[in-house]
Design a protein around this ligand. Sequence first.
Ligand code: CTP
Length: 395
Amino acid sequence: MAQKRILLIIGGGIAAYKSLFLIRELAGRGIKSRVIITKGGTQFVTPLSAASLSGDTVYTDLWDLTAEAEMGHIELSRSADLIVVAPATADIMAKATQGIAGDLATTTLLATDKPVLYAPAMNVRMYEHPATQRNMAQLKSDGALFVGPDAGEMACGEFGEGRMAEPAAIADAIEAALNAAPRPLTGRRVVITAGPTREPIDPVRYLSNHSSGKQGYAIAEALEELGAHVTLISGPTALQTPDGVTRVDIETAQQMMDAVERALPADIFLGVAAVADWRPAQNGKVKIKKSGGGASDLKLVENPDILKSVCDHVKRPELVIGFAAETNDVLDHAKAKLARKGCDWIMANDVSGDVMGGDHNTMIWVTKDATEMWPKMRKADAAHRLSKKIAEYFE
Ligand code: CTP
């Protein structure tokens, strides 16, 4: 934990005194605090107390030229690993929700690219008010973290939820947030195709393949864990949608193509789906009868090549990754496919083993001028390895 630093915003509430204990608690855990106190906060604790405990300058005013010369407010907002708002009043959370930046604390919250942890503290009625609940839900969906509030007797004499969490509990939440896995793909948009497509022959029959969708879903999950905004365009599978992933269900290759079009622009595209290369030329409204001989002259027409269309698209994502299932001369086929489709990377998988439907995959990562053989591994592990590579590309 050494050298970790938080920026603590002390809001205007009676719980502000507990934030002084928090600074001490954090110092004992090797975490340094730099402190901003809002105008309201200075009614409850003094900058001098916070400065003595934190051993650092305390900032209170957006328009303080001395402080601004020392450290600008934008720099201040990015100088820590985490921003902690304690006590987080109804007022400060409402402003943060709306992006109102009228003072140093709210300007800092708007300017930061760091995670923010709120420790709400207010009267129970204010806490339960739909406006506060709405604001907190919005902040959560924007990625903010929360600790507390606790229930109990309040300074105002009422009883209920709204007491700020105790300093030790806030410090635990701070440590957990600082130790949380990094999310290097935050803000990146990903579009992934996965699973098979189904091409109808008549109202009851279709052409398809054995793709389970497992590899595509695992990649969607791994990229979401790294912070990416993931749209998963999926053919019919038996799989659950990974948490936080937006799933669009389609059946045919043409529908998959249309859904991809709608999901662009994106930073990253992965074509993991086993798209049917052909579809029946006629998709009749009437079931083909055995006696009529209709199936014996089934005509096929080619489906759109989704991966190639994405590569040639005016909204081409910066990184386009294709998959190539091959049974022989895997590397040569993969390199040829990379050039033909115009993508940046190809994940070539050797399907001479048990790939479709199985839980393992043996892949080769292929770019224009590099290749990397990966050993046989679980599809989830392959997904994490690929996601890490993608994150490194965007570093
Ligand atoms: N793909 C696609 N749309 C298609 C066919 C394939 O987007 N109509 C994508 C797959 O999702 C995968 C890659 O292209 O990322 C693999 O294509 P593949 O079918 O192996 O390539 P083909 O061009 O069909 O080459 P071949 O069948 O000759 O191996």
